[in-house]
Design a protein around this ligand. Structure first.
Ligand code: DAH
Length: 346
């Protein structure tokens, strides 16, 4: 008799191992504890036993029944808990989607406008030498920006011909790289990072981005430069944008100018409250430009008697800050998603 209880128990334990899910647990309950369960037949056999055996057999049966119901109960609970915490109708967790940084998008917007005008994109390198960064661009040897205080020099053995290595302080050396390797006509833009050991504040950073542009051909004049930049301003800022050219000095262009765009916010019209973009000046300074200095052309083996060119350089952060009303340059670099996500749909 004890044997039959053992067989029942073994069968039960084997079934338990295979059972999974609420349905199986409920099946176990019906099979081993339900009305037609085998254990009930064993119980009903008790009166037919020798009186001396009844007590012990009954006890064995009760122990087995309790054991089985405890296991089944536990299985049913486990399932229930799991199913409660696993709501299959609950919306899934959306994986975070990456997106392009606002500076990448703005750089691309700028490049797109110039590419539509026929400019091609050439990437320069962030490590330059003194010759490409300064000398070939007609910077005098004693120019203050050549100073270690104003430029990041690298601790590398210097190039015998081209001088010390440094982190470029502007994208203008890209002009030299392209001019030395190509023959005119050419129209090129070159975006990238530049470095200056500036104190970091709301409008300065030791690293920022520029887009350089230049075109060289026969009979290129200042009017072409104005047309190209006006088309850019209309595309980037506002359809009715106007430009103002103020005389300036850059060693690599002659004549040189700084360019202001008419304020796209107030269009120069005074309102009751001060314009937050142009501070009521009506104009915003946006870039530097000029006609490429003949010395620069000649240095790159382009005949300055035959060819002329114009060049311009603009700051990407500045463009983005103006366009989107961003008041602190540091926001671009801090990787704060609350800031960056605002530009995901651009
Ligand atoms: N390289 C100048 C700067 O970083 C910007 C610039 C001015 C570039 C005039 C040009 C230019 O090509 O013609 O301040």
């Amino acid at each position: 008799m004890e044997n039959e209880l053992k067989i029942l128990e073994e069968e039960f334990l084997k079934d338990c191992q295979q059972a999974c899910g609420a349905k199986d647990a409920e099946g176990l309950r019906v099979k081993y504890l339900g009305r037609k369960a085998q254990i009930n037949q064993f119980f009903s056999k008790i009166p037919t036993l020798e009186p001396t055996q009844r007590g012990a057999y009954g006890r064995e049966l009760n122990i087995l029944k309790q054991k089985m119901s405890a296991i089944i109960e536990k299985k049913l609970n486990e399932r229930q808990n799991l199913e409660e915490s696993l709501d299959l109708t609950y919306p899934g967790i959306k994986p975070q989607r990456g997106s392009r940084h606002v500076l990448t998008t703005v750089t691309e917007t700028i490049c797109d406008i110039f590419q539509k005008q026929g400019f091609i994109v050439a990437q320069g390198g962030e490590i330059e030498d003194e010759w490409h960064n300064f000398t070939a661009l007609n910077f005098p040897t004693d120019h203050p920006s050549r100073d270690a205080f104003d430029t990041f020099y690298l601790n590398l053995d210097q190039d015998k011909k081209n001088g010390r290595y440094l982190l470029r302080c502007h994208t203008s050396p890209s002009q030299i790289r392209v001019m030395c390797q190509n023959k005119p006509p050419m129209a090129v833009i070159s975006p990238g990072r530049v470095y200056r050991p500036d104190e970091v504040d709301a409008t300065h950073s030791f690293m920022f981005h520029q887009v350089e542009g230049f075109a060289i051909s026969e009979n290129i004049n200042f009017a072409h430069l104005k047309g190209v930049l006006l088309d850019f301003a209309k595309g980037f800022f506002a359809k009715d944008a106007r430009l103002r050219f103020r005389p300036h000095f850059f060693p690599f262009t002659e004549p040189s100018a700084e360019v202001d765009v008419s304020c796209f916010m107030c269009n120069g019209k005074k309102k009751e409250t001060k314009c937050s973009v142009c501070k009521d000046k009506g104009w915003i300074e946006v870039l530097g430009c000029g006609m490429i200095h003949p010395n620069v052309l000649d240095t790159c083996n382009i005949d300055s008697q035959k060819y002329q060119g114009f060049a311009f350089g603009l700051g990407v952060e500045r463009m983005a800050m103006l366009k989107y009303g961003i008041t602190d340059i540091r926001l671009f670099y801090e990787n704060d998603l609350r800031f960056l996500e605002q530009f995901n749909q651009l």
